[in-house]
Design a protein around this ligand. Structure first.
Ligand code: NAD
Length: 508
């Protein structure tokens, strides 16, 4: 404990009252018909910071009905892309004007540091602007070489009503990876945020109204996966589901949505490795490994929770990561300098600790951390920065998504071994390599089974660059033009010029 950098003070006061989050259905903010609500207790401060309406089938049905009607009457899909883009750009402006409000509740509900919430909420505006630009540049194909009397076109059309289901770890960012792209395509939506972080999604409703989004185009239902999410994925009036969350729930959704053959896009878990060669910028690599595991307390789909380090440098490299781990500022998320905050729920904190205990019992060695972190004056939902060595590839801690600040160390001797360890996973979200030899980087990039490969960097992302996973990390892509295309259906149009079609029925 004495070797850690812990911040207990805070520079921002807790709000005086809990935020009241309501559903937003057909343009109207509303409570549940039965009046049910849930309290969200802040993971860092242990007090109720929001109260959210708890939806049932009644609100979910109403939201789907509103989205279906709004899609079918063309109040959004038949607007010009210019008009749709203008609304999305206005939402981006409003997000920027409300960053402080959004960031504070995001921090209070999730436990993440305020500086990170500001970056996440403010940065999301760029996703809305990028989606607005895609609305105006989208087009299909024309085929002008099929013969003098044939002209064919491939049109892109909005897929219809989209259910958007999001997790708790980046509530506003992940919402913004989906919703503006669906809207840019001309779809209408029903959105359900995680029950533990509902408020920033609820706050967005006011901005949608102010920006001029027609009623019914985006509807928000708050509540649990069952019944709200379950109905959003089974209802016959929904055309597509886009889901970010755990692999287990993703599999369930695929089965449910299969009954009505909805399109399903899934962004799921990961066990993402960084491979470290001796001939790289080792200082930068150690920093990226430290960032990759502690950012968002390791509660990122993209957390780099495994490193595969060359045997020759393993001892020195791990020592450097351990030293850096002690300098990362863990603690009160309401202090400007805090880099790492609280774990989202007590159950999740216990699960993280369980992985470490099981690894130690199986013979692994904890180099730093490995226990609950006590931040003076705050609740007990913090976990120490943790590095575990002596791990074998078959241990649960090396294979499963721990989703906490826990790094495991594996070693290799040859590129083939490093690639085999990289691909020895049910997941395939992202992978990285640190090496100064471009040939090694290229070979690794081509052979790594992952949706994203980073070379000599980690977790750099851009709205223009598609994101998604292979294997059990998901299906479909998000952001970039590929992500936008997920919300579009393709229609082929074949036209004959003149009366040249040869009759099929013989003349009488
Ligand atoms: P989760 O799967 O428990 O919940 C995600 C959402 O699904 C929540 O809104 C939840 O209420 C809802 N849900 C639960 N049961 C449902 C059901 N039966 N039908 C429909 N919806 C249901 O995930 P979580 O704990 O909120 O988030 C953590 C997980 O998300 C991790 O596994 C993480 O890797 C993953 N994640 C992936 C990405 C990515 O882009 N690949 C990004 C962020 C998080």
């Amino acid at each position: 404990m004495k070797d850690l950098h812990i911040i207990s003070e805070q520079t921002i006061a807790l709000p005086k009252a809990a935020y009241q989050a309501r559903h937003f259905i057909n343009g109207v903010a509303q409570d549940s018909a039965d009046g049910r609500k849930s309290d969200r207790i802040s993971p860092s401060h242990g007090v109720v910071v929001s109260q959210a309406a708890l939806g049932s089938d009644v609100e979910t049905e109403a939201a789907i009905k509103a989205a279906r009607a709004a899609f079918d009457d063309g109040r959004w899909s038949r607007l010009t892309a210019k008009a749709r883009g203008a609304v999305l750009n206005k939402v981006a402006d409003l997000i920027e004007a409300n960053v402080e409000k959004l960031a504070l509740i995001e921090t209070l509900e999730s436990g993440k540091p305020i500086s990170q919430s500001r970056g996440e909420c403010g940065g999301a505006a760029d996703l809305w602007r990028y989606a607005a630009s895609l609305a105006r540049t989208s087009h299909g194909d024309s085929h002008n070489t099929l013969g003098p009397d044939i002209l064919a076109m491939v049109l892109k059309e909005p897929i219809g009503v989209v259910s958007i289901i999001t997790p708790w770890n980046f509530p506003f960012w992940i919402l913004s990876q989906k919703l503006p792209f669906a809207l840019a395509a001309g779809c209408t939506c029903v959105v359900k945020p995680s029950e533990v972080t509902p408020s920033t999604t609820a706050m967005l409703a006011e901005m949608l109204v102010e920006a001029g989004l027609p009623a019914g185009v985006c509807n928000i239902v708050l509540g649990y996966g069952n019944p709200v999410g379950a109905l959003m994925t089974s209802h016959a009036d929904v055309d597509m589901v886009t889901f970010t969350g755990s692999t287990a729930v993703g599999k369930m959704i695929t089965k449910t949505a299969g009954d009505t053959l909805k399109k399903v896009a899934l962004e799921l878990g990961g066990k993402n490795p960084q491979v470290i060669f001796p001939n790289c910028d080792l200082e930068n690599a150690a920093d990226a490994v430290t960032f990759g595991i502690y950012f968002n307390v390791g509660q990122c789909c993209n957390s780099s929770s495994r490193i595969i380090v060359h045997e020759d440098i393993a001892d020195a490299f791990v020592a450097r990561v351990v030293e850096m781990s002690g300098r990362v500022a863990f603690g009160n998320p309401l202090h400007h300098d805090t880099q790492v905050g609280a774990i989202v729920t007590p159950e999740h904190a216990a699960k993280v600790d369980g992985y470490v205990r099981a690894a130690v019992a199986a013979g692994a060695e904890v180099c730093i951390g490995g226990a609950v972190l006590t931040v003076p004056g705050l609740g007990g939902q913090f976990y120490q920065p943790t590095v575990v060595r002596g791990v074998t590839p078959d241990m649960a801690i090396a294979r499963e998504e721990v989703f906490g600040p826990v790094l495991v160390v594996l070693t290799f001797r040859t590129l083939d071994e490093a690639i085999a360890l990289t691909n020895d996973s049910a997941y395939g979200l992202s992978a990285g390599i640190w090496c100064d030899d471009v040939h090694t980087c290229l070979e690794f990039s081509r052979r790594a089974q992952a949706g994203t490969v980073w070379t000599n960097t980690w977790m750099d992302g851009f709205p223009e660059v598609a994101f998604g996973g292979v294997k059990q990390s998901g299906q479909g892509r998000e952001i970039g033009s590929y992500g936008f295309d997920e919300f579009l259906e393709v229609k082929s149009l074949v036209m004959r010029i003149g009366h040249t079609r040869a009759p099929w029925v013989k003349k009488a």
